[in-house]
Design a protein around this ligand. Structure first.
Ligand SMILES: NC(=O)c1ccc[n+]([C@@H]2O[C@H](COP(=O)([O-])OP(=O)(O)OC[C@H]3O[C@@H](n4cnc5c(N)ncnc54)[C@H](OP(=O)(O)O)[C@@H]3O)[C@@H](O)[C@H]2O)c1
Length: 246
């Protein structure tokens, strides 16, 4: 499959899934723009493959997302991948944490996809990286779970609006991934419970019936499929990549 001639914007492209998406899509010949708040990781990933350029932006800021699209120029594929998680028992969840989780994981996707949609003129693909947390609950991350369920709802609603166009919108829903975000979750469990790091990691792996973390490349493969030939009928879906967890 080739995506030569296609231009793609990936938020959160400086690490984890976003970096893998960037390198994968660049490998198919696409012209890739990656974004995130920290310029360092973005330029590092951009230096690792031809066809990747970096534009820093915070997806929670409407002005910064608008400036990002202005600088990037027209794009055919948008992947709203930027996200973050914090954990706390529900009773101890602060309003600041609640607002921060909704801002990056839900409002950030809204702004990224809305501006992405508005600049599309023909064929287009809108993809968000949601989570199995968009399809089921997990303890101690209620704001994250609420935000990811919101992304799935947004995807289903928008799919009906674009159904008569050449644009599709879908959410990919991985379970625990082998990325820095999961490393931070492990560190957090260790700090809060005194558990050994290996046991903390095993407690996350245990959610997946295949008893493993999902690799970023598996998310990239699914995203490529959604952009490839024969994908026109896949619209408004929340696709679980979880070894059968959900
Ligand atoms: N890790 C998991 O187990 C897991 C499971 C299911 C779904 N997901 C989802 O997969 C996506 C990618 O996560 P990952 O695992 O690859 O984690 P990651 O390595 O921590 O990547 C998250 C990226 O988002 C960027 N980001 C965070 N806040 C941002 C903001 N306000 N504006 C712009 N960029 C922002 C970060 O860059 P900066 O800090 O430089 O901004 C970072 O590059 C996320 O949406 C996450 O919720 C993760």
């Amino acid at each position: 499959m080739t995506l030569a001639g296609r231009r793609i914007l990936i938020t959160g492209g400086g690490s984890g899934v976003g970096a893998d998406l960037a390198k994968g899509f660049a490998g198919l010949g696409a012209d890739v723009v990656i974004s995130g708040r920290r310029p360092g990781p973005l330029t590092d990933i951009a230096s690792q493959a031809d066809g990747i350029s970096a534009i820093p932006a915070d997806v929670t800021s409407e002005d910064e997302v608008a400036a990002l699209y202005e600088m990037a120029g027209p794009v055919d594929i948008v992947i709203a991948n930027a996200g973050a998680s914090v954990s706390a028992p529900f009773g101890k969840t602060t309003l600041a944490d609640w607002n921060a989780m909704l801002a990056v994981n839900l409002t950030g996707v809204f702004l990224t996809l809305r501006m992405g949609l508005n600049q599309m003129t023909g064929w287009g693909r809108l993809i968000s990286i949601a989570s199995t947390a968009g399809l089921k609950g997990y303890p101690y991350v209620a704001p994250y779970v609420a935000a990811k369920h919101g992304v799935v709802g947004l995807t289903r609603a928008l799919a009906l609006e674009v159904a008569r166009t050449e644009i599709t919108v879908n959410a990919l829903c991985p379970s625990f991934l082998d990325t820095e975000m999961t490393d931070r979750s492990v560190a957090n469990i260790v700090e809060k419970t005194g558990m050994e790091p290996q046991a903390a990691r095993a407690s996350l792996v245990a959610h997946n019936p295949q008893k493993r973390l999902i690799q970023p490349g598996e998310v990239t493969s699914a995203a490529m499929w959604l952009c490839g030939p024969g994908s026109e009928g896949i619209n408004g879906q929340a696709i679980s990549i979880s070894g059968g967890e959900v």
